[in-house]
Design a protein around this ligand. Structure first.
Ligand SMILES: Cc1cc2nc3c(=O)[nH]c(=O)nc-3n(C[C@H](O)[C@H](O)[C@H](O)COP(=O)(O)O)c2cc1C
Length: 215
């Protein structure tokens, strides 16, 4: 087991890049796009992996990683099971956040917004593009429910493979997308001596206000 003093001494100084109010794009979606392209160029593993934070109406928080599957100025899209814990949270309280950590670039992005389900057409289109086994997997999993053993879901997978032998698997009615429409973005760039750059965009009517936050 790691010594506690050693653990407390684990730290990294950041020095690769800088960020300022004058260097960022006026529109946060363009800034996101710029950083996303740089994450691809830097060969970050799964740069589209993002942490999704939700909470119940009573304020009980939950979090998990999901994959970003598309974005434009209307929002950020991911797909999941509509009976899952996250979907139940979002049905009760659409306020949520997305968080990207791109450690190799010393960057994080925090996005706060509200989630709505994508249209059936959008969900159908993405489901049809998934690999066959992922399509069967979506049918097989009652996501977030307790199961007695792994064997149960493996058996279900086999049965569903027999039921849908072709690659033409219909989208389960309980599976689809959410789009998170942001009202706030924060772009964080690590800097030396913990004097990091933090640029905050806040939506104000149809435009975005840009401010610098203290690290
Ligand atoms: C890298 C990574 C990507 C994931 N992508 C998704 C995804 O796109 N959709 C999804 O429903 N679950 C995804 N998961 C699984 C979720 O993190 C989570 O375990 C699952 O959705 C159940 O969450 P819930 O019980 O909070 O609803 C991913 C997990 C990891 C580690």
């Amino acid at each position: 087991m790691i010594d506690q003093t050693e653990l407390a001494a684990l730290r990294q100084d950041y020095s690769q890049h800088e960020l300022s109010k004058s260097s960022v794009a006026p529109d946060p979606f363009d800034q996101f796009s710029r950083w996303f392209d740089e994450a691809i160029t830097a060969q970050i593993v799964e740069p589209n992996a993002m942490h999704l934070g939700t909470s119940t109406l009573e304020g009980l928080p939950s979090g998990r990683t999901v994959l970003l599957k598309g974005f434009d100025k209307t929002g950020f899209k991911f797909f999941t099971n509509y009976d899952s814990a996250k979907a139940r949270d979002l049905a009760a309280n659409p306020n949520c956040y997305l968080h990207f950590l791109w450690k190799d670039l010393e960057r994080q992005i925090f996005i706060r917004g509200t989630a709505v389900k994508t249209s059936d057409d959008e969900s159908d289109e993405y489901f049809a593009a998934r690999p066959y086994k992922s399509q069967i997997g979506a049918w097989a999993s009652e996501q977030s429910s307790v199961i007695e053993s792994r064997g149960i879901i493996e058996k279900k997978f086999e049965e569903l493979t027999a039921k849908y032998p072709e690659s033409n698997v219909p989208r389960p009615p309980f599976w689809g997308g959410f789009r998170v429409a942001p009202n706030q973005f924060e772009f964080w760039q690590g800097r030396r001596s913990r004097l990091h750059d933090r640029i905050l965009y806040t939506r104000s009517d149809d435009s975005w206000k840009i401010a610098r936050l203290s690290p």
